[in-house]
Design a protein around this ligand. Structure first.
Ligand code: 6R9
Length: 650
């Protein structure tokens, strides 16, 4: 196991290659020659290539123009086409897959449910009618703050069916985060549950919503699903039970044809400055990206049992639990809770129970499995597995090799998938029947994706030199804007290089054209595969009445990828006690959620700043990591500050 620092050194030395077996190639959706053909075709005739791929979706009316880039960087894909995402994920399958399992669900306390495509369709139609009856219509925003239960997917697909935009907020976020997102999106309605199970406890979702709704003036109604049978307060006139609004609803709700560019959802993600960005995705292009990559990268076949362990609160859950797999008519496993509850073999038990064939998880989970011991997976029959996926952060070669040997028995291709909330779908990954893998590399861009590594001037870097990862051509599932803030969209993603999408990731490209993503180059932390901005944590800290100033940096962490270290100066007269440290940690959790809990709070008399007043984070990063700083300190305002911080460290 290793930290990201060690990982960078080790990936630089990584030379192992794992070509797919002849057996795998023989049955692959995209074998090597086919991949080459697709890559060349997409280069020569991108519009023709994407038009052909888009025929895999059901359109009420075909498009007139494939791509309209005249208002760049706001793309329009499949212009003039009429489509409905919910129709593509449900109605389209009824004739041939009505009795096929769509969602196979495992609750934390041991309960389980299966919904066929027919049953899921019925639930979605009824719930869509219920939303309409509560006044939700085309273009309205709906916040979904749910545990990992099938109703989360039902709620998303019901919104899509009637053209309302969903904004899913991860159930681990705090009431503050829910209120912020309600207000930014001006949500009309919130869908939640009394609670959800996590590590034997009920997460009080409805109670959090109650606090959030006191500060969310646009929200008129709240629908509550009874998951845990816990007592909740129901505010008359505002709150209604899911089972009540569903009771008399008809299951007849024809999917309406929407414009291909009709907004499908908003998903908030952290950026390098302050407030989270509402990433906006639209219908046709997003659905194509999610479904096509799901088919290609996971080599999906009709009888696969596919399990992505993400939460629907993240983009991975949107694209690879809900839209991609359901659009492809796959059987999706979904689970509530945590990988080590009730025991550390929970995942392996689920894989054996349902004969899971495709398994998609995150490096942070893999590192935890390694720590918990090989005897857990070894106690279960994992022979059904045929493809293993990884997402969220760079995977260390050591963790990759463990995944390959202990989980995949050396048999299953590993697809390390690089992408972002903003890209909507996987961008760089091996097609498992076509590309030999190298531990720690996401390998090559998918056909149609023009990703490159460039220097500060935008020129491609030579082999093995570091640079910035960019995408040079628009692609169908790209974000369309930041909700309500076109200027921030342009400034964040399109101002570094004209006409080129800036990912904010650093990477290198090796002599075989393989891309090795190293991590963020901005002030975004990657904690357990989840994005958090240093600014968000800092503003939470300075909200506290005893804090004068705060600077937050990441430090390498064996399990989480990055840990959060906070340097804090206190207001005059406040004593720096251990109790206060604990209080500040709890305060950050309260403001953002448990995933933002600081690993370390350090009090200091001053922060190292430049003469113009900018905090010199690189010094703090070195100190947090316990490294000797090699950087230039000539612009530092007061050298004593650094010396003092180092002393405190010893
Ligand atoms: C899908 C998702 C995006 C950021 C991205 C990068 C990191 C994701 C990765 C990876 C290396 C991979 N990232 N996958 N880094 N290898 N396979 O995680 O979206 O939450 O928006 O995060 O995650 O830094 O820029 P999101």
């Amino acid at each position: 196991m290793s930290s990201p620092e060690k990982n960078i050194t080790s990936v630089l030395k990584e030379t192992r290659q794992f070509p797919p077996s002849a057996e795998f190639v023989a049955q692959a959706n995209v074998p090597g020659a086919e991949r080459e053909r697709l890559v060349e075709w997409a280069k020569a005739d991108p519009d023709g290539f994407w038009a052909e791929q888009a025929k895999s979706l059901h359109w009420f009316k075909p498009w007139d123009t494939v791509l309209d880039w005249s208002n760049a960087p706001h793309a329009k894909w499949f212009v003039g086409g009429r489509i409905n995402a919910s129709d593509n994920c449900l109605d389209r399958h009824l004739a041939t897959r009505g009795n096929k399992a769509a969602i196979v669900w495992e609750g934390e306390p041991g309960d389980s449910r299966t919904l066929t495509y027919q049953q899921l369709h019925r639930e979605v139609c009824k719930f869509a009618n219920a939303l309409k009856a509560l006044g939700v219509g085309e273009g309205d925003r709906v916040t979904i703050y749910m545990p990992m239960i099938p109703e989360a997917a039902v709620a998303m697909l019901a919104c899509a069916r009637i053209g309302a935009l969903h904004s899913v907020v991860f159930g681990g976020f705090s009431s503050e985060a829910v209120a912020d997102r309600n207000n930014d999106a001006k949500s009309k309605l919130v869908i939640t549950a009394d609670g959800g199970w996590r590590r034997g406890k009920v997460v009080p979702l409805k109670a959090n919503v109650d606090v959030a709704l006191d500060k969310s003036p646009t929200v008129e109604k709240c629908i509550v699903f009874n998951r845990c049978n816990t007592a909740v307060e129901m505010k008359p006139g505002r709150d209604v039970w899911w089972h009540d609004v569903m009771a008399d609803e008809s299951a007849d709700c024809p999917a309406e044809p929407f414009d291909s560019e009709h907004p499908l959802f908003i998903l908030y993600t952290s950026g390098s400055t302050g407030k989270p960005k509402g990433v906006l995705h639209t219908t046709g292009g997003y659905l194509l990206g999610a479904s096509l990559t799901h088919k290609w990268v996971f080599d999906i076949k009709e009888d696969d049992v596919y399990w992505c362990t993400a939460d629907v609160g993240w983009i991975t859950g949107h694209s690879y639990i809900v839209y991609g797999p359901l659009c492809n008519g796959s059987t999706v496993v979904m689970y509530e809770g945590a990988p080590n509850q009730p025991r550390e073999d929970r995942f392996w038990e689920i894989i054996a129970k349902y004969r899971v064939t495709i398994f998609y998880t995150a490096p942070t989970a893999i590192r935890a499995f390694i720590k918990w011991g090989d005897h857990h997976p070894q106690a279960h029959d994992l022979s059904s597995l045929r493809v293993l996926g990884s997402v969220g952060e760079p995977i260390n070669p050591q963790a990759w090799m463990w995944y390959h040997t202990v989980i995949g028995s050396g048999r299953c291709p590993i697809v390390d998938t690089w992408w972002q909330t903003e890209t909507g779908a996987i961008m760089i990954a091996p097609l498992p029947g076509a590309v030999a893998t190298k531990p720690g590399s996401a390998t090559k861009p998918l056909p149609g994706i023009q990703a490159e590594v460039v220097d500060k001037q935008g020129h491609p870097v030579p082999a093995n030199a570091g640079g910035f990862l960019v995408v040079k051509r628009p692609w169908p599932s790209m974000m369309r804007t930041i909700y309500g803030d076109d200027e921030r969209y342009k400034a964040t993603y399109w101002s570094h290089y004209p006409g080129v999408y800036f990912t904010a990731d650093g990477a290198r490209i090796d002599e075989d054209g393989y891309i090795w993503v190293m991590g963020r180059v901005d002030d975004v932390l990657n904690v357990s595969g989840h994005r958090l901005s240093t600014m968000e944590v800092e503003s939470a800290l300075v909200h506290h009445p005893k804090v004068a100033e705060a600077a937050v940096v990441g430090r390498p962490d064996d399990l989480k990828g990055e840990g959060i270290v906070c340097f804090v100066t206190l207001k005059q007269g406040v004593s720096p006690t251990d109790e206060l440290k604990a209080e500040l940690k709890a305060h950050v959790v309260h403001d953002i959620g448990a995933l933002a809990r600081p690993d370390d709070v350090r009090f200091t008399e001053a922060l190292p700043k430049t003469r113009s007043g900018k905090i010199m984070r690189r010094f703090l990063r070195d100190i947090a990591a316990g490294r000797q700083s090699t950087g230039d300190a000539t612009t530092l305002e007061d050298l004593n500050v650094l010396a003092k911080l180092r002393e405190d460290d010893e």
